[in-house]
Design a protein around this ligand. Structure first.
Ligand code: NAD
Length: 488
C-alpha cells in the first residue's frame, strides 16, 4: 500500500492542524485506485483560524524590507529544487501524472516562480510625478490577504504561481487546493516556513467548493485568484464582486492550433502531440482544435497517428511512461462520454477512443490517446472543453476562414500558429482572440511571460511583471509645496 498521508489536513500559522469534524476527502492514486491519504474538509473554525493567522502575518511580512521578502522566496526555490525528486513523486501520486513530467514541469516550475518573484520583490516601487513645484508620488502597496483556489491538474505549480507574486508584493495567502489533489500545496507551506517565512503567511485549508465559497465571503479577504473551470469562475467572480474584492481568473479553454501548408510538418506534429497528450490532456491551454490546411491534412494526420500510436501508456511512477491515467474515474467517464458523442456526431475516429486493455490497466483511470479527423465546427467535441487526451483535426482552406473559425468560441485562453511565412505568423496572431499565443511551438509558459485568457477564459494575468499589477495597488500621494488657494 502506498501512503502519502500528511501529518494533518491543513497547514495554518506555521503548523499542521486537524479538525476531524470536517467531511472526509479521500485521496486516491489514479493508477491503482488505492487510497493514499484521508483528509478532512475545513470547518468554519479552521477557515477562521487560517484567515486570522494570515491577517496577522501579513502585517509583519509587509513591514520587512522587500529584499528580505525576496530572500525568503528564493530560499524556498532552492529547497524545492533540492527536494524535487520527493516532491515529484508526491505530485505523481496526487495527480497520476507521469513522473517523467512531474520531475521537470511541476515543482521546478513552482521554484522558478518563487525565484523570479523573489528576484523582483525589491524592485516593486512607486513613481514620482512632477507637477511644477508640487509633485505626486505613488506607493505600490500590498492588497492584504489573498485567497488562492486551485485546479487539480498542476497542484504544486498553481500554488506557487499564486503564492510567489502575492508574497513578493507583501500579501499573505490562504490557499485551497482542489479536493482531488490536496497534497502538494501542504509541502509548499512547509517549505516556506523552512525558508524563513513568518508563521501564518501561507496557509493551506482543504475542502470542496463550499470551503472556497466560505473563504471568498469573508470580509478579511482582499483578493481571490482562481484556477478552474468557467462555471466555477462565474460563481467565484460574482461572489468576489459582493465584497468588491480583486480577482484573477485562470479558466478553461478550447484553443486553436493552426497549421498552414508551409509548416514544418514534424514540428507541427510534435506541437499537436504536446498540445493534446501531455498531462494526459489535462491542461487548460491545450490546442484541442487542430486546424490543418487542406493540402497537407492527410499527410499530417497520417504522421500524427503514426507517432501517437507509439505513446507509452502505463504506471506513472515508471520513468518510461509518457501517458498516465486521468485524475479520477469520474473525469475518465466524462472524457469517454465526449468520445462517444464525437463518434455519434460523425467525427472520424483515427486513433484510440477507448480504454487500454490488460491487467496493468485494470485498476487505473487509463484512457487511450484519441484522435478524431474530419471534425467540424458545430460538433460538441469542437466546442466544449474535454480536458482529456482527445485531439480534433479540422480542415481549413484559407487564412481568413481559419481565423474566423478559430475565434468562433466563447473561450480565449491560448492559440498556436505553424507557418514558415513570418509575415503571416504575426498577421494571424494579431487577429486571434487569445491571451497567450505561440508561433511554431505550443504550450511553453515561462515565468518571464504573462499568462492568462481573454473572453470567458479569464481575467488578469499570472507570471511576469504583469502579475505584480494583480497583487498590489497604487496609493497616490499629492505633495503641495505652496499655499492652499480657497475661493473664500
Ligand atoms: P473546478 O472549476 O471544478 O474547480 C476549481 C477549484 O474551485 C477547486 O478547488 C474547487 O473546489 C473550487 N470551487 C468549486 N466551486 C467553488 C465555489 N463555488 N466557490 C469557490 N471555489 C469553488 O475546476 P477543476 O475541474 O478542478 O479544474 C479543471 C478546470 O480548470 C478546467 O476548466 C481547466 O481549463 C481549468 N484550468 C485553468 C488553468 C489556467 O491557468 N487558465 C489552469 C489549469 C486548469
Amino acid at each position: 500500500m502506498r501512503n502519502a498521508q500528511p501529518q494533518a489536513s491543513h497547514f495554518i500559522d506555521g503548523q499542521y492542524v486537524e479538525d476531524l469534524a470536517g467531511s472526509e476527502i479521500n485521496c486516491v492514486y489514479a493508477a491503482t485506485g488505492e487510497t493514499i491519504a484521508v483528509l478532512h474538509s475545513a470547518t468554519p473554525g479552521i477557515i477562521d483560524k487560517a484567515l486570522s493567522a494570515a491577517v496577522r502575518a501579513q502585517k509583519q511580512w509587509a513591514a520587512l524590507r522587500p529584499v528580505e521578502r525576496g530572500q525568503v522566496l528564493r530560499r524556498a526555490a532552492d529547497i524545492i529544487r533540492a527536494r524535487n525528486q520527493e516532491l515529484s513523486e508526491l505530485e505523481t501520486l496526487d495527480t497520476g501524472k507521469p513522473i517523467q513530467e512531474t520531475l521537470v514541469a511541476d515543482a521546478l516550475s513552482g521554484a522558478e516562480a518563487l525565484e523570479y518573484f523573489g528576484g523582483i520583490a525589491a524592485g516593486i516601487t512607486g513613481q514620482t510625478v512632477p507637477l511644477g513645484e508640487d509633485f505626486v508620488y505613488t506607493m505600490r502597496e500590498p492588497l492584504g490577504v489573498c485567497v488562492g483556489i486551485g485546479a487539480w491538474n498542476y497542484p504544486t505549480q498553481i500554488a506557487c504561481w499564486k503564492a510567489a507574486p502575492a508574497l513578493a508584493c507583501g500579501n499573505a495567502m490562504v490557499f485551497k487546493p482542489s479536493e482531488m489533489t490536496p497534497l502538494g500545496a501542504l509541502k509548499l507551506a512547509e517549505i516556506l516556513i523552512e525558508a524563513g517565512a513568518p508563521a501564518g503567511l501561507f496557509n493551506v485549508v482543504q475542502g470542496y467548493g463550499d470551503v472556497g465559497a466560505g473563504l471568498i465571503a469573508d470580509k478579511r479577504v482582499d483578493k481571490v485568484s482562481l484556477t478552474g473551470s468557467v462555471p466555477t469562475g462565474r460563481k467565484v467572480y460574482a461572489a468576489a464582486a459582493e465584497g468588491m474584492r480583486h480577482v484573477t481568473m485562470e479558466l478553461g479553454g478550447k484553443s486553436p492550433l493552426i497549421i498552414f501548408e508551409d509548416a514544418d510538418i514534424e514540428n507541427a506534429v510534435s506541437a499537436a502531440i504536446n498540445a493534446n497528450f501531455y498531462s494526459t490532456g489535462q491542461i487548460c491551454s491545450n490546442g484541442t482544435r487542430v486546424f490543418v490546411q487542406r493540402d497537407i491534412r492527410a499527410k499530417f494526420v497520417a504522421r500524427l497517428v503514426e507517432r501517437s500510436r507509439q505513446a507509452v501508456v502505463g504506471d506513472p511512477l515508471d520513468p518510461e511512461t509518457q501517458i498516465g491515467p486521468m485524475v479520477t474515474a469520474a473525469q475518465r467517464e466524462k472524457v469517454l462520454a465526449y468520445i462517444e458523442t464525437g463518434k455519434a456526431e460523425g467525427a472520424q475516429l483515427v486513433l484510440g477512443g477507448g480504454v487500454p486493455q490488460g491487467d496493468r490497466y485494470a485498476q487505473g483511470n487509463y484512457i487511450d490517446p484519441t484522435i478524431f479527423d474530419g471534425v467540424t465546427d458545430e460538433m460538441t467535441i469542437a466546442r466544449e472543453e474535454i480536458f482529456g487526451p482527445v485531439l480534433s483535426v479540422l480542415e481549413f482552406g484559407d487564412e481568413d476562414e481559419v481565423i474566423a473559425r478559430a475565434n468562433a468560441t466563447e473561450f480565449g485562453l491560448a492559440a498556436g500558429v505553424f507557418t514558415r511565412d513570418i509575415k503571416r505568423a504575426h498577421r494571424v496572431v494579431a487577429r486571434l482572440e487569445a491571451g497567450t499565443c505561440w508561433i511554431n511551438t505550443y504550450n511553453l509558459t515561462p515565468v518571464e511571460a504573462p499568462f492568462g485568457g481573454v473572453k470567458m477564459s479569464g481575467v488578469g494575468r499570472e507570471n511576469s511583471r504583469a502579475a505584480i499589477e494583480h497583487y498590489s495597488q497604487l496609493k497616490s500621494v499629492y505633495v503641495a509645496m505652496g499655499d492652499v488657494e480657497a475661493p473664500f
